[in-house]
Design a protein around this ligand. Structure first.
Ligand code: C5P
Length: 215
């Protein structure tokens, strides 16, 4: 396998938290473990890694530059600041919507409050269309059914090179193992169920091969 020495790779990981008021938020279910494992694996094969992390309880992997964020908007800004990059692996489970947050803690009353949602930026799709698009752009797709079909459609819709399609119909959230398909322009590969560290190591090898062979 190749090395990633001299390459800068951006990784997003974890959920985002979207405040409702100063003490409450909505979030996505994500432990951040797969994204952190990918950042660690990329650093291990020599890449300079910027890890933009949502709120998670995980230690920073060795040799990784970590930028902590809370909201999707913060994450979008941190990603823009981290550019340029040779590759980006967007693993974060970004909240699709933010809430028009109340400035003070909302009080219990006669009627429950109604939340007003606004759309968050799609960080991955924005990066795909940006003049500073990394040469290799990898997205994740959490699917519960028709995993490859949905991921293949997402690959073209989002304008990314690869999609790692994650079968989340089982116990993947917070767990140790992952069942993924790698969907590229030439088709899809089913990987056997693997520990998240092994998924990360294999993906890092593939990224090293791709960045080494087409410059
Ligand atoms: O469209 P969907 O959310 O399923 O796409 C998942 C992929 O897009 C993941 O790579 C995720 O990190 C990325 N994404 C993003 N910004 C969003 C939503 C998803 O970067 N607002």
């Amino acid at each position: 396998a190749g090395s990633l020495t001299g390459k800068h790779i951006l990784v997003t990981a974890g959920p985002t938290h979207e405040p409702i008021d100063p003490v409450r938020y909505i979030a996505n279910r994500s432990s951040g473990r797969q994204g952190f494992a990918i950042a660690a694996a990329l650093a291990r094969v020599g890449a300079r890694v910027t890890l933009v992390a949502g709120p998670v309880a995980l230690p920073t992997p060795a040799g990784v530059d970590r930028v902590d964020v809370d909201t999707a908007q913060d994450m979008a800004n941190a990603v823009a600041t981290a550019l340029p990059a040779d590759a980006a692996v967007m693993v974060a489970a970004v909240a699709d919507w933010r809430v028009e947050a109340a400035p003070q803690k909302m009080k219990r009353g006669d009627v429950p409050p109604t939340l007003q949602f606004a759309e968050n930026p799609d960080i991955l799709a924005t990066l795909a269309r940006s003049p500073r698009r990394p040469r290799l752009l990898v997205g994740f797709a959490a699917e519960t059914e028709q995993v490859v079909e949905h991921a293949t459609a997402k690959r073209t819709r989002k304008g990314v090179d690869w999609i790692v399609a994650n079968d989340v119909s089982g116990d993947v959230f917070g767990g140790d193992a992952n069942t993924v398909h790698l969907v590229t322009a030439t088709g899809s590969e089913a990987w056997e169920r693997l520990p998240k560290d092994a998924v990360a190591a294999r993906l890092a090898d593939r990224i090293a091969d791709a960045l080494g062979s087409d410059q």
